[in-house]
Design a protein around this ligand. Structure first.
Ligand code: AMP
Length: 462
């Protein structure tokens, strides 16, 4: 999805301190569920939103309930019911982050499995927001240790799971003790019958919202390119020289295609490797170390081979082939854009793959954005080069080498700066150290002529 201005948080009527805090948290653009829910929530409407974990749903209700909160009123003004203690804890953490900019907002979690006494003391000290499981909240209401008289926002989070767990009656008991003029926000991944029952009994003309995308997906810009058999591989090279991503994971549907792509890219001067099932563990470790330390620009893999690779900071994912499985497509592109970074998901499709593209559009509920191959002029000077080079030291944990020893040999002894040295991976018998491309040869020489941990070592370029 291309990020448009209308998805910026600052288009909402929010407290300036909250806006500044959201920007500090790195939340600039709203996720689809936030863009769809927040205007209605801020206008005071009841809401039924279909959204899963990872969609940004906590902020979708959290920002709304904080906006209505009066910090100077020492009474419970918002209640979030969650199915489990784990979820309640997560929700409380996220609301605390969102509330950082506001005066002293007190959030209390009330879940089973924790002594009542401590919870009662926290409530006596004053709470603006309660996050809890239905059973325990009901318990406090029955004991008179919790009052919901001042409540203005009720959130039912993961309502389908609460119904699955048999909480309907407990929820109903709690909701009946909330003031009738409150706002009710219901979030659920699925819509079993019980959801309609809750809506009919306890909600007022709720706005209904359905969004499936996760936070990761909406920070990813997806572009599609139409290719033919003849233009497919050259287009991969053009994409690399145009966007110049530091690390790219390229997916193919078959191992044969992986081999052809790697051969093509290597011949064109890129540092590219493939990961396939025939590699021994040692070889696989070496490939992954080189990719993770940014001395290999492109890793080409099938979906099976890429399973279990966990590399953060992937600038781009290229689908050299479109996968026939739309869910797999979302998994593939979800590898980029992690940790709040923007990512690029580039997909090549020939005419006979258009059916699969259509299924992906349906699954993601968003149209694909097509770009022409003519746009892919090279940028920057010369072909894309990996910023680092890997040196291999013959010797590892068995020789008691530690990363600090290698770093010391290169900085203190050989005089390089910390910034010139990248990741250092020590395995049982060997050590990989990434160094900036321009110092690779000198660093190699210094390692071979110097000492690591008081011993001379053998090193080579890989
Ligand atoms: P949730 O679906 O509420 O569990 O949120 C998933 C993750 O996305 C949480 O770690 C949030 O901190 C993060 N998040 C929520 N909204 C945004 C946003 N607008 N921009 C970036 N990250 C967000």
């Amino acid at each position: 999805m291309t990020l448009t201005e209308k998805n910026l948080f600052n288009t909402l009527p929010l407290n300036p301190a909250t806006l500044a805090n959201l920007a500090q948290l790195g939340y600039l653009t709203m996720t689809p569920i936030q863009a769809a829910s927040l205007p209605a929530a801020l206008a005071g409407r009841d809401l039924i939103a279909q959204a899963q974990t990872g969609s940004g749903k906590t902020a979708a209700f959290g920002v709304g309930l904080l906006e209505r909160l009066n910090p100077r009123r020492f009474a419970v003004q918002a209640l979030v019911l969650c199915p489990t203690r784990e979820l309640a804890d997560q929700v409380a953490v996220e609301i605390r982050r969102l509330a950082r900019a506001l005066d002293n907002i007190k959030i209390v979690t009330l879940c089973g499995g924790v002594a009542l006494r401590g919870q009662r003391a926290s409530l006596e000290n004053g709470a603006h927001i309660v996050v809890g499981t239905p059973g325990r909240v009901m318990d406090h209401l029955a004991r008179g240790t919790l009052s919901l008289e001042a409540l203005n926002t009720l959130v039912l989070d993961e309502a389908d799971r609460m119904l699955d767990m048999g909480f309907f009656d407990d929820m109903a008991t709690v909701i009946r003790q909330c003031p009738p003029e409150r706002q009710t926000l219901l979030f659920s991944a699925t819509y079993p019958d019980g959801i309609e029952k809750l809506a009919n009994q306890f909600m007022r003309a709720p706005a209904r919202i359905t969004v499936v995308a996760t936070v990761a997906e909406c920070l990813i810009e997806q572009r599609f390119y139409e290719v033919t058999r003849a233009t497919r591989l050259p287009t991969v090279a053009k994409l690399l020289n145009h966007f110049r991503p530091v690390s790219t994971l390229a997916f193919c549907n078959t191992r044969q295609q992986c081999k052809e792509v790697v051969a093509f890219l290597q011949k064109a001067g890129f540092s590219a490797l493939t990961l396939h099932g025939d590699l021994e563990q040692r070889e696989r470790d070496q490939v992954l170390a080189q990719f993770a330390n940014r001395s290999v620009s492109v890793l080409v893999a099938t979906d099976v081979a890429a399973r279990g690779i966990d590399i953060k900071e992937l600038a781009a994912v290229i689908n050299v082939d479109i996968t026939p499985d739309p869910e797999l497509h979302v998994h593939r592109i979800g590898r980029t854009g992690r940790a709040g970074e923007r990512g690029l998901g580039l997909s090549l499709a020939s005419l006979d793959e258009m059916g699969a593209v259509g299924r992906i559009e349906q699954f993601q509920r968003q149209p694909s954005v097509w770009h022409t191959l003519e746009e892919l002029a090279p940028t920057g000077s010369g072909p894309l080069l990996a910023p680092m080079v890997t040196l291999q030291i013959l010797g590892g944990r068995k020789e008691k080498i530690r990363p600090g020893d290698v770093l010391g040999a290169l900085t203190a002894d050989a005089g390089f700066s910390r910034e010139q040295i990248g990741k250092i991976n020590v395995t049982d018998f060997t050590t990989f150290v990434a160094v900036q491309r321009d110092i690779a040869l000198v660093a190699l020489q210094k390692l071979n002529n110097g000492r690591v941990k008081g011993k001379s070592v053998k090193a080579r370029l890989i």
